[in-house]
Write a protein that binds this ligand. Sequence first.
Ligand code: GLC
Length: 442
Amino acid sequence: MSNLLTRLHLIASQFTISPDQIRQIANDFERSMLAGLHGSPSTLKMLPSYLSKPSGKEVGTFLALDFGGTNVRVLLTELFGQGQFTVHARGGKPLKDRAETYNHISGKSTAEQLFDFIAQQIATLVKPGIIYPLGHTFSFPTDQTGLNTGTLIHWTKEIETTGVEGANITALLKDALLRQNLSNVVPEAIINDTVGTLLAAAYTNQFTDIGSICGTGHNTAYLEPSPPWTKEPMIINMESGNFDQLPFTHYDMLLDTGSEKPGAQRLEKMVSGHYIGELVRIIACSLFDEGLLAANSSREALTAPHILNGAHISLLLEDETPEYSNIKSFLEKSLKIVGSTKEDRESLKKIASFVSTRSARLVAATFLGIIHHMDPNLAEHHNIAIDGSLYEKTPGYAETINLTLAQELGNKGMNVTTSLTKDGSGIGAAIATAIAVTMKKE
Ligand code: GLC
């Protein structure tokens, strides 16, 4: 074996999560859920949503605002009940453009600028004289005291806009709507995207009791059967990306140290699209430094943080050509890396493979912890609704999650399914708004 392959073999073994580790992580995760629920120190925030599962009968036309970190999206959605819905119109824009003529998520941008930009996107779908109840999917750790009030605890996903942490998000939105003369748009609910995903899937599939995002960020919500605050079941946003009882490698440490908030969001930094490309880059850089990759002119190109993202991981994994020619042209065109050998390219594909497999297995381990907490004997059917580019598009990702669940659950694995739920943020926000409007009338 060449030096490169020997080295890769070693790194791959550090990224392997054994069945014993899966069980350990699931147990630790479940313990952290209990601690968080009962107010003991925990990396899981266990944030109440003030929502339970939808009945499936929710109806009406609602605006859904989806703010998750990369884009702001607005959807005019009509719910018909019986799991039926349609999206009448869509709007939205990236929060920063490529040329950086504007950037609403940097530390130079203020809450007012960000929310004015959001309100301007809402304006594109709104006609005067009509009242629009609005549901806001705000995909960050938000401390809620009701269905329509939430304070941002802190930013995640490397966003730095000032004046938002610690502020009441619904109040920021309402003020911006007034500044844009949109008093006919009425915010009624604020939810996390994991909660939206759970709601959207449960609207059509009553067995859904877990909602998860495996995309740019990672987080999971579930239906807590007996929350300590109320007698009714409630959906809880765990902010599970912050879980940290995990087998970190040297490369995870390097990534964490170089990140915006070292020590925070450790699970997210091992699994989500925003970070796994970065892990591949860090590993590739270290191989260059050890003189193990042949490509010349190259280390420079790989020194820029976050030059690789989740989509690039898919590109590496999808290349089945004998010479890995798609990877070659990606390296040449996008990264200006020339002179790569077939072994270099094969190595990059291997790195992408063990990094993404580890991601899927870690996520599955947390699902096992949640299911064991909800239903220790696995007496009921549970559907896990998942949205996000990693689950949807990364080759082998969904299969690895399902296989890991099946291996651990044995015969009873039949009782657990996963399903892709697209646009959970949009449909979920509409469902939450329908619930809020009905509650107001009662
Ligand atoms: C980050 C956010 C969380 C969100 C997730 C997926 O982890 O903190 O609230 O659900 O990304 O978008």
